[in-house]
Write a new protein. Structure first.
Length: 121
């Protein structure tokens, strides 16, 4: 038996990589795309660089809705993951499996809600 097969057999199966990837994707989206959205909605429209009607028309485009979906959902997973580990650091580790289920359920429900509103409007 070679080293690789021994390592593969000894590794535990976990869903942690899924949550860590959503955490990192949410951090990247929040860091790079949230400022763009703030400039567009909070500065460009009030300054008159973009009209409110033009912004509303832009939001009607499917790619803009997909952008908003990612802008809402991925940072939710980022904050859920961060909240989970902050709660563990504060001594709530005794909640066991309930804590990650609660955190990620809120993120999943928020994602479903954002998708529903972006598709229905």
């Amino acid at each position: 038996m070679d080293c690789v097969s021994v390592l593969v057999k000894s590794m535990a199966k976990s869903n942690e990589p899924i949550w860590w990837s959503l955490f990192s994707a949410g951090g990247v989206v929040a860091a790079f795309f949230m400022p763009i959205t703030v400039v567009l909605t909070g500065i460009a429209v009030p300054a008159g660089w973009i009209s409110a009607a033009g912004l509303h028309e832009l939001i009607g485009h499917p790619l803009a809705r997909f952008y908003l979906f990612l802008l809402i959902s991925l940072p939710m997973f980022h904050s859920a993951h961060r909240f989970r580990y902050v709660a563990v650091d504060l001594g709530l580790k005794r909640l066991g499996v309930f804590l990650p289920i609660a955190c990620y359920t809120v993120a999943i429900l928020g994602t479903i809600t954002a998708g529903f509103f972006l598709v229905s409007s």
